[in-house]
Design a protein around this ligand. Sequence first.
Ligand code: C5P
Length: 219
Amino acid sequence: PEPMIITIDGPAGAGKSTVAKEISRRFGYFHLDSGALYRAIGYACSLKGADLNNLQEVISVAKSIKIELTEEGKVILNGRDVTWEIRKPEGGYLASQVARFKEIREVVVELLREMAKGKKIVIDGRDAGSYIFPEADLKIYLTATPEERAKRRYEELKKRGFNVSYEEVLKEVVERDERDRNRPFAPLVVPEGAIVIDTTGKSLETVISEISQLIKNGN
Ligand code: C5P
């Protein structure tokens, strides 16, 4: 049978969101972008001037906002479309700062499990297969060299008109991975039972077709 829950984890810039979106489109899954929730919380903290090192301030922001993920892949914060704003380079930094806190992760995980109820879902993130949905039917771990991941990020940002250098992007990606791998609660790991796909030098289409095979084979 087709899997009900597919998790895609991995480091920054491995192509998780792009792959998850395309798989959802082709197979009729709901795409849960878990990073978008951390990004939205980080963004709301910066709008409200909260101190990112102060757990109480971050919690009070997280509890006072409403975040929605739509079928079309939009991220709505308090009724406002913030899909693009939260993708800016500093959005990743803000997200990984708030994502260090266990209490924030618990709020997000609760929200994600609620959003997933009764749906066939593809969820991408850092702890989707290891912590949020350990019972998932198909677990993927997408990775690539830091240089390749930074290059993809850099090209995507340039295309969208952001003025950044490759070196800056590489540094941000490497630092964020460090923070995500080394936090004490639900860090980035290869989940037990996950299939590791190294996308270095592979086209999006190749990766999609590898995962499509896994889905069709019922894993
Ligand atoms: O996937 P994305 O780059 O949007 O994630 C932004 C940040 O949110 C990550 O670097 C990580 O710190 C955090 N995150 C997380 N757990 C997830 C998804 C994202 O900690 N499941």
